[in-house]
Design a protein around this ligand. Structure first.
Ligand code: IPM
Ligand code: MN
Length: 359
């Protein structure tokens, strides 16, 4: 029995979450495990009503679950930063979800803007560190509002944070890298950094990366790319990448690029993972206010978040079956992954995946 917390959130969050839950229930049925679902109403509406984002008591409550499924957070009437910091980042930080795992995998039948690239070329995973960097809120203003105003926002990492992230990334490469999956000659981990300019932060990362790789993971091929070059090669030669590990901010940026390569926000999912605690899975797109309530948004990203959740919980068979069902649907059913152009409604797409699962 898995206890799952559901935070459907704002905008199209509830619509896509409903389909993800539909598929989760179908998988539980088919693969004989049980789920108990508890819904939480955190999000923009609750904030507007009560001024509350994610209270400390909720964090304590969430700790008792096996996993969290998140729809989307973001409200057009709430100024930027409040809900992001108060809910999404608070959950990531307080629950110490120090890995943000973001696969970039082009499924058959899915449009990619990269000409001449296909599913065999676009198939890699980004391991984004999820608790440090410029996301820590270290910094501040002086002389705010004057012509001399100064703003500082520091990138912050300690060795412990870097090491635990690298360890996860090396182990991930060993288990799920291209060689391990029969797709290549090596399992490769690439560090994405900026050692030519961020000579403190990424010097620390590079030293830790090489030390750990040499001592503990001699079987994993190591590569290094500057973040700007990473963007360049992700577009030109995405087939070079296997597993990429990087800091929080670069990881945020390159995974939006990655999401476009794999067909857009309709399909891109991520896991905020605490390997020793409770993890939270989400479609990486936003709340898409303009599509809210229309039944046109693509639920596949939320469904893929469920797939990642089950894989992390150890239900690998169910996770693989969901992935196969998603691939069946992208390859044979949907006209496009874009909202309003799928040829099916949001709930019909959920039905297609669930039916294939039962298949
Ligand atoms: C993401 C988002 C968040 C981030 C925002 C909403 C705080 O862009 O999950 O990638 O920057 O991490
Ligand atoms: Mn982002």
């Amino acid at each position: 029995m898995y206890k799952i917390a559901i935070i459907a959130g704002d905008g199209t969050g509830p619509e896509v979450t409903a389909e993800a839950v539909k598929v989760l229930k179908a998988a539980a049925d088919k693969f004989s495990f049980k789920v108990s679902l508890t819904e939480f109403d955190f999000g923009g509406e609750r904030y507007k009503r009560t001024g509350e984002t994610l209270p400390d008591s909720a964090i304590e409550e969430l700790r008792r679950f096996d996993a969290i499924l998140l729809g989307a957070i973001g409200h057009p009437d709430v100024p930027p930063g409040i809900l992001e910091k108060g809910i999404l980042l608070k959950a990531r930080f307080e629950l110490d979800q120090y890995i943000n795992l973001r696969p970039v995998k082009l499924y058959p039948g899915v449009y990619t803007p990269l000409k001449d690239k296909g599913p065999e070329d676009i198939d890699f995973t980004v391991v984004r560190e999820n608790t440090g960097d410029m996301y820590t809120g270290t910094g501040g203003f002086t002389m705010k509002g004057t012509p001399n105003e100064v703003a500082v926002q520091s990138a912050v990492y300690n060795r412990f944070q870097v090491d635990r992230c690298l360890k996860y990334a090396f182990e991930y490469a060993r288990k799920y890298g291209k060689k391990a999956c029969g797709k290549g000659d090596n399992n490769t981990l690439a560090l994405c950094g900026k050692t030519n300019v961020l000579t403190y932060i990424y010097d620390l990362w590079a030293r830790a990366f090489n030390e750990m790789g040499e001592k503990q993971f001699p079987d994993i091929k190591r590569e290094y790319y500057h973040v700007d070059a990473t963007c360049m090669w992700m577009v030109k030669n995405p087939e070079w990448f296997d597993v990429i590990v990087t800091g929080n901010l670069f990881g945020d940026i390159i995974t939006d690029l990655g999401a476009m390569l794999q067909g857009g926000m309709g399909i891109a999912a991520g896991g905020n993972i605490n390997p020793q605690g409770v993890s939270m899975f989400e479609p990486i797109g936003g709340s898409a206010p303009k599509y809210t309530g229309k039944g046109v948004i693509n639920p596949l990203a939320a469904i893929c978040a469920v797939q990642m959740m089950l894989s992390t919980l150890g239900e690998e068979k169910a996770a693989d079956a969901i992935e196969s069902a998603v691939i069946f649907v992208t390859a044979n059913k949907l006209k496009s992954l874009q909202a309003g152009r799928m040829g099916y409604s949001t709930s019909e797409v959920g039905d297609l995946v669930a039916e294939k699962l039962y298949g």
